[in-house]
Write a protein that binds this ligand. Structure first.
Ligand code: UP5
Ligand code: MG
Length: 190
């Protein structure tokens, strides 16, 4: 059984940045659903490249069968680790149901790390990222935020009802955010 921590929050809230630091220090493996999708988009021979690019640009959500298979394959390839940080997934009801169906008996959700951050700051961060992402423009960001508000936030509320959400405010320096994230992991691994 794999231990899994879902890491959710608006676009640009710092999920990737914080996960990289957790992976470095706490023996969790970071799996970014977005990064896996971007890699699949570039993979020669992939039948999903165009579909993935269209969803990414539109800030809409790729069908769960594709994303969940990429995640499961990456887990299988990782060997023996303390657990996985699943960054940016599940983003909607379809994702959640698909995960439950595919991963039942294979993964245990330890908790959901929720990086909360005001949207204007998130947008500013994405526009300043400078990595040439095809969705870091005003038009795509508007749609990404809308998708987050209408589809992803309800998933966080769903986990909240089961007492699984650990919220850390990420409108602060990376070091301050990370210090609180470490506390969350310490509490949950006692
Ligand atoms: N930064 C980070 N933390 C900071 C801090 N504390 N102070 C100041 N600056 C900070 O950070 C963003 C930028 O902010 C960076 O420049 C960073 O240095 C700085 P990052 O850590 O990259 O934030 P993150 O939350 O990871 O932002 P990201 O843009 O990756 O989030 P999204 O959720 O929008 O993107 P993701 O890659 O997860 O998904 C992209 C698209 O893929 C989705 O819109 C969707 O179309 C598709 N997708 C699916 O369909 N299904 C999935 O399951 C996942 C993705
Ligand atoms: Mg990211």
């Amino acid at each position: 059984m794999h231990n899994v921590v879902f890491v959710l929050g608006p676009p640009g809230s710092g999920k990737g940045t914080i996960c990289a630091k957790i992976q470095e220090n706490l023996n969790y493996v970071h799996l970014s659903a977005g990064d896996l999708l971007r890699a699949e988009r570039q993979r020669e021979g992939s039948e999903f490249g165009a579909l993935i690019e269209s969803h990414i640009r539109n800030g809409s959500i790729v069908p769960v069968e594709i994303t969940c298979s990429l995640l499961e394959n990456a887990m299988k390839a990782s060997g023996d680790v303390k657990g996985f940080l699943v960054d940016g997934f599940p983003r909607n009801e379809d994702n959640l149901q698909g995960w439950n169906k595919q991963m039942e008996g294979k993964a245990l959700v330890q908790f959901v790390l929720f990086l909360s951050c005001p949207v204007p700051i998130c947008i500013e961060r994405c526009l300043n990222r400078g990595q040439g992402r095809t969705d870091d423009n005003e038009e795509s960001l508007k749609k990404r935020v809308e998708t987050y508000n209408h589809q992803t936030f309800p998933i966080i509320e769903h986990f909240e009802k089961s007492g699984l959400v650990r919220e850390v405010k990420s409108e602060r320096s990376v070091d301050e955010v990370y210090a609180d994230v470490v506390k969350v992991f310490e509490q949950d691994n006692q």
